[in-house]
Design a binder for this molecule. Structure first.
Ligand code: B12
Ligand code: SF4
Ligand code: SF4
Length: 482
């Protein structure tokens, strides 16, 4: 349908117009509020959510400043940029902030579901029994499960990072929307941001009504859940702001209870310097030792506080007394089939066995990997086997993740994270690889590898002690003769 615009009188001198006329296909004139047109354009550009916030989210921006001052931002020094405190420092003429959301929730199980299915979860995930139709490209069952003496431990890559780099995807659509806005009025000024700019995006998005800020600090939409990216356009257009969405968390505290590191210190407040997403993505140096065990199987990012959120639940049954039955009917996370957000398939070239170097097995211990030499294969980023991830060279990493959010960790961060997860896996078959990493040129990799080796060795001793105790117990029973 061809659409054209004709403007009414400008609202104020020097300010862009508020109303426009739109012609439908039969030439009938539709009078539309400019805000409605902007929203229509945003949906046409491919966004799932759109709302308009006033430029005055002062209370949240002040909160954000104090949050950074309190040290909750850890080493993310860009959060102290004074431009974040006032959008007029970016665009002096700003009147409105257009906030958009794009769902990235691919139709695949949650990290917590895998934990429930296997009973192993965070310490050592293994590939779930998911139909191949929704799990393309993972290692064959024979690689991961059936013939192996032990299942092969897998690692979790955060849902948001499965597909292509969202910055690019959002940016392309935002640029389209920006062009549309500029076509509405010749004096339109805009600044477009997604994630990396000096804007506290959730502050404005909260006021724009596209979601409320959950106790896990994520923006949650009542009908869509929280698996969406945000983007904002600052503009001098005077648009009618939406009302903030009501807080639907009620008395629920699931996210606070589920967070493995206690990063959600109290409802709505995160100490990011304790968050697994911070450790595995943002932190460049050493991960504090006391948090490493809690990282579990999370190789890149963490989804737990969103996985457990009832507003992301695909279930419609009343499960959570904190949420009223009326709300229950509406809550569920929308999924997307957009190819950009489906798990990337990575090429694993033939590689040397993880068992080749040193055989650290004790007599009687279960043998190493059944198929010690990984054949060239393709592995999906959905819960991939750790062995496949650890077989990537620096060049493989650079090529594979050139257009993926994973590249942010850099290769040495990737190896560091793999060391931690292998250390948590309790699986001594990783020891040869860890031994090799203990001689890596990067100090941060060496140190984490050493930690993982010690952890695996300690677990072995603890297990032996426990089985020894059990035997003594059994002998005692027999000695009693009863
Ligand atoms: C730094 C950062 C992180 C840090 C810190 C996260 C955090 N909670 O602050 C880390 C690395 C941990 C992180 C993790 C993740 N992030 Co991040 N991150 C950012 C970034 C760049 C800045 C966030 C920020 O300013 N934090 C500081 C705090 C104070 O800000 P905030 O939480 O956004 O702030 C609101 C609340 O704190 C609120 N508030 C809380 N309590 C109170 C109390 C009072 C009285 C008041 C008034 C206000 C208030 O005020 C703020 C505004 O509303 C934004 C992009 C951007 N430019 O905004 C993305 C962003 C927030 N991240 C995003 C995503 C997707 C993630 C992850 C899901 C990725 C992953 N799986 O690993 C996780 C989610 C973890 C979580 N539970 O939040 C999305 C969120 C989308 C959504 N639906 O909410 C964003 C918006 C990026 C984007 N453009 O899509 N992230
Ligand atoms: S992302 Fe993970 S570590 Fe961070 S607050 Fe949520 S549950 Fe906790
Ligand atoms: S888990 Fe519960 S408290 Fe946490 S964000 Fe979701 S509804 Fe709110």
């Amino acid at each position: 349908m061809a659409l054209e615009f004709a403007f009414f009188t400008p609202r104020r001198e020097g300010q862009p117009a508020v109303h426009s006329k739109e012609f439908n296909s039969r030439g009938m004139i539709l009078e539309m509020n400019l805000s409605a047109i902007v929203k229509k354009r945003a949906l046409e550009a491919g966004f799932d959510l759109v709302g308009i916030a006033p430029a005055s989210a002062w209370c949240d921006l002040e909160f954000s400043r104090r949050w950074v001052e309190a040290g909750y931002g850890g080493e993310m020094s860009y959060l102290a940029n004074p431009k974040r405190e006032d959008p007029r420092r970016i665009l002096p003429s700003v009147q409105s902030i257009i906030c958009v959301g794009l769902i990235y929730n691919a139709r695949l199980p949650y990290s917590t579901e895998i934990k429930e299915a296997t009973g192993r979860g965070q310490p050592a995930n293994r590939a779930p029994q998911t139909p191949e139709s929704i799990r393309p490209g993972t290692l064959k069952d024979s690689d991961c499960e059936s013939k192996s003496p032990k299942p092969e431990p897998c690692g979790w890559i955060s849902r948001y990072a499965w597909g292509k780099d969202y910055h690019r995807i959002m940016r392309t659509r935002l640029e389209q929307l920006r062009k549309d806005l500029e076509a509405l009025h010749q004096d339109t000024e805009t600044r477009v941001y997604v994630d990396t700019g000096p804007v506290v995006e959730r502050a404005f998005a909260r006021y724009s009504g596209i979601g409320w800020m959950g106790k896990n600090t994520c923006l949650i939409n009542e009908r869509r859940g929280s698996w969406f990216f945000l983007g904002v356009i600052l503009t001098n257009l005077i648009l009618t702001p939406d009302l903030p969405a009501p807080d639907r968390c009620g008395s629920c505290t699931r996210c606070l209870e589920a967070c493995p590191t206690g990063a959600l210190m109290k409802p709505y407040v995160m100490d990011a310097s304790r968050c697994i997403a911070y450790f595995t993505i943002e932190l460049k140096g050493s991960i504090p030792e006391e948090f490493r065990p809690a990282i579990g199987s999370n190789v890149f990012g963490c989804d737990i506080c969103q996985d457990v959120c009832p507003w992301n639940s695909p279930l419609k049954s009343a499960q959570d007394a904190a949420i009223s039955p009326r709300q229950e009917a509406r809550r569920s996370a929308v999924t997307t089939d957009q190819p950009e957000f489906q798990p990337l398939e990575i090429e694993i070239s033939a590689c040397k066995s993880i068992n080749d170097e040193t055989d650290v097995r004790e007599p009687g211990e279960s043998p190493g990997f059944d198929n010690p030499h990984l054949e060239p294969t393709r592995v999906s980023l959905f819960n991939p086997p750790l062995r496949a991830l650890s077989s990537m060279s620096e060049e493989d990493f650079r090529k594979t993740f050139a257009h993926s959010p994973v590249k942010r960790a850099k290769y040495r961060g990737w190896l560091r994270n793999l060391c931690v997860v292998m250390g948590n896996s309790g699986d001594r078959r990783f020891m040869p690889w860890l031994e090799r990493m203990a001689h890596h040129p990067e100090a941060v990799v060496r140190e984490h590898a050493q930690w993982a080796l010690e952890r695996l060795a300690k677990q072995k001793i603890a297990r032996s002690a426990a089985s020894g105790n059990r035997m003594v117990g059994n002998l005692n029973v027999r000695e009693d003769g009863s």
